[in-house]
Structure formats: structure tokens, C-alpha cells
Design a protein around this ligand. Sequence first.
Ligand code: FES
Length: 569
Amino acid sequence: MSTGMRKGLTAYGDPEFSLFLRKAFIRAMGYSDEALERPIVGIADTGSDYNPCHGTAPQLVEAIKRGVLGAGGLPMVFPTVSLHESFAHPTSMYLRNLMAMDTEEMLRAQPMDAVVAIGGCDKTIPAQLMAIASVDLPAIVVPVGPMLTTTHDGERLGACTDCRRLWAQYRAGTIDAAAIGAVTGRLAPTAGTCMVMGTASTMAAVTETLGLTLPGGAAIPAVHGERYRHAELSGMRAVALAREGTKASRFLTRASFRNAFRVLHCLGGSTNAVIHLTAVARRCGIEVDLDEFDALGELTPVLVNLKPAGEHYMEHLHEAGGIPVLLREIADLLDTSTPNVSGQTLAEIVAGAVEAKGQTAIRRRANPVYAKGGLRVLRGNLAPGGALIKESAATPSLLRHEGRAVVFESVEDVVNRIDDPALDIRADDVIVMRNAGPKGHPGMPEAGYVPIPRKLAREGVKDMVRVSDARMSGTAFGTIVLHVTPEAMVGGPLALVETGDRIVLDVPARRIDLLVDEATLAARRARLAPYAVPEEARGYERLLLETIEQADRGCDFGFMAPRKVTRGF
Ligand code: FES
């Protein structure tokens, strides 16, 4: 098989001419013949002025290049789509599959023997993993790393759990505009990803567990010198993988996905990670069984004591010893024969884990944050394809709850009516928001954290049961049922709920049910219009609306899965 500059030649009908032309052009960049004979390591650069989380990407690129050159390779930096949570309209999830396609096709189109992907902000690592899984070349993921924390008025702040908490206080009138303005300057004090156990931290941790990030790489703060040494070492290892021809599929196995899903429970990680890991696994021909994922949680405690479920931040997880120490604590629950891009097995990584004395960010099995996994899969007549709840972020007294449904037709309907003083709503009602799923509100926005109606918030109500086909930020908290599948827009049962119906949430029984008789539901179903892609939808939006899968299949485009997909990990 061709390697280096001879790989993936441009089709001119004469391969020798194609190589001649390629070399002629690349010489314009000043490369010598010696350099052009080296293994090529592509560096997927996601630095962008629109992505503050990736603010250190230029330094990471330089560090990776140093590592590649030092190991005798040729680094070639190339740009891809870059997504930041607050700078992507309508939502970064809308563009995750575009970034995955962009990255995949650039990995295929350009000559490279290995790739080092710089990712971090929520959807970037998932998109890169999806691409790497499909192209299956030697690959290492370098997370940009988490932000450091700082304090405001004596209180330590974390993006974005405290963004939401403090905004809720502002809505409730307990802090004023001056205070919320001051907080704006403190929530994200450095470059890097959100430093709580949100989607970015979760995806970095599960990528390290999958073996595609060097040990310890998930938690090193973005602005520490150690982060750049980690990047340099990643560049060196990428050259070794290129020389060996060790492809990503050596790491992305059923055993490593099983480990990753178990670690997801252990982290009390983001609900979004379930969708992302499902999509990556599907690219590898593995259909995730959500009930199997739930069953893993029964035997897996939440041990990572980070916000929003716990007390600490990513810098403390790093100081504690990082993911290797966590993996050591649950080693008997893992398949430790799985390999890592470092060249070690998980067993060897665990054996070398160094735990900081007296650390409290990673709990012992005998003293967990929660005795069982943080994420629960619900079924029932309201979610026959499944729904998720983050039990570790929910109010215990609401985990078994029956209430009257108060229905909102869309995200916009919530915006328009939730604070209406005339809204008929009580603290024990169940807020239902629909048409916010993969097709209903393209991108499946992180709108599942429906705010508590202002009049109830002012009475001191802090949590209510909320149900939707939307997603929720991994940094949010509350008794919130998400990813209801099938979504309302394609005729899922959520579309049949009417205000005043009774809904029962029973997390211990893993059920969410609508207490309406089947004949009434059938009559309501008959009145639903079938889903049709809007005529005006064009381009990427049309592609998405026509082909996006439901949450239980990772919201990938249906045509991106390999021909053979088998169930279970
Ligand atoms: Fe980028 Fe939170 S906004 S990780």
C-alpha cells in the first residue's frame, strides 16, 4: 500500500505525473526530498477565533509538530470545521455530522499515514472520532484540555454548571444585574473546555478509555506546560503508529466501547456522551443496546466527584492522578487487555497510575458519590425507543413522581409562555416540551433544561420533572427526562400528550408512562400529520432532515453506518 506523498494521488490518469505534480507544488513550501520521504502525520487543527475553548490550538499544533519532527515524521497541519457551543447557530449538534464528514473526507483526500486530531469543545471530539472510525487510519486525539477555575466573591465558579445556577438565581431575583455582569468575566477565566464534568470533559475521558488519547491526557488543564508536553508526546507516538500501521480499529473494539460506557457511568458523565458514543460505535459496526448500557450502571458506582454531580473541577481530577487512577479503582470491572496508543495495555496503565495523597476528586468504591451509575435508560409507553435521565443530577424525591402534564409545543413556545404570570402551572406538574428532537428542531438543541417558571422560581421551587425529546447540556442538573425516542415530530408518543394528562415517572422501574387509555391515544394518533421535510429546506439542512437517525442510533446520518452493524458491546 502506498504511503507518505504517494498516498491517495490526485486522479489525472497518470500516477507518476500525479506524484510529480504533487512534489512540484509542495516544494513551493520549502520541503526537501528528505522531508518528503518521511511518514506524514496530519494534524487536524481546530483553532478558530470563533472557538475560545480551542484558544491554545496554535501552541498545541507547534508541540505536536515538535514531536512528529523529533520522531522522524513530517507534520502537515490542515484545518477542519471547528465548533464552539455558544458560537454555533442553531446549535453545535446541528453541525456535528458536517464536521464529521469534513474531517473524514479530509483524512481520505490528503496524503497522511497517521493523524493527530486536536479536539475539545463538546461536539468536536465526537465528530473526530466518527471520522477516525470511518477512515480507520492510525490516529491519536489530543484534547485541548479543561479551563482552570477562578472565584467570584469568594465562591469558586465552574463553566457551565454555575452559568446555569447563577442565571437561575438572576431569574429568581436573588442576584441583580450587576452581580450577573461581574460573573460573566469570571466563569471562563482561561482557554480550554468547560472544567466541570460536562460533555467536553466526558468525551475526553471516554476517548482516553477507548485508548485513542495517551494516558492522563483527558484532564491536564489547557494552559499547563504538561498539556504541551502531552501534545509533543502524542506527535511522537503518531509517527510510531504510522510506521507500525496500527489503525484506529485496533482500539475501537467492542471491549473498549464497553469500558468507555462503564467509565461514562463512573464519571456521572454527560447524557450527550451516550448519543456520541452510540454514533461512534455504529461507525464501527456496533449497535449500542441502551438497556445493556443501563445494566452496566447497576454495577458501576459514580466515583468522580466533579460538578455537576459532585464538588470538584477538572484541575482537581488531574491533580488526583487523572483517568488512570479512576481506571485502577474499577479495574476489575474493565477489560484491561485493551490497548492504548501509548503502546501499553489498560492493565499496564493502571499499574503505573500515580494517585495524589489525600485526593478527594476520585472516590473509593467503598465511598462512592453514588452507589450506581449516574445515567438511566427509561422505557414505557411515552418512550418506546428509550429516554435518558441523569439520576445523579436529579432530585431524589422526584425520581418517582406522578403529575399533570403541562405541554409546550416547541422551544419557542417555552420561551414565549414559561414566564407568563397567567400560566396554569404548579410545582408538582410535569413540564413536557416536544418537537425539539433531531428532526423537530434540527440539531436537537440543549433545551431540555426547561427553566422553572419564574413565578414558581420566586416561590423557591428549584426543580420539577421535565420531559422532552431535546438534549441537555452535560453541565446542567435537575429531574430531566431527555432524548425521548421516537421524537414527537416523527409521530412518537410525546406528540400525543395533552395538557392535563397524567404522566408517571418511575426511575427505579426505568419507566415513563402516559396514563391515557389506548383508544384515546389511537384517536389522537390518527389526527397527526405525517412527517415531511419542509419544501424550502435545501443543502445541508435537507440532507440532515432526510437522513438523520433518532437518538438511539446516535443522531448520525443513516447512510454513514457501515453495511454490517451488529447489536451489543
Ligand atoms: Fe466549549 Fe463548554 S463551551 S466545552
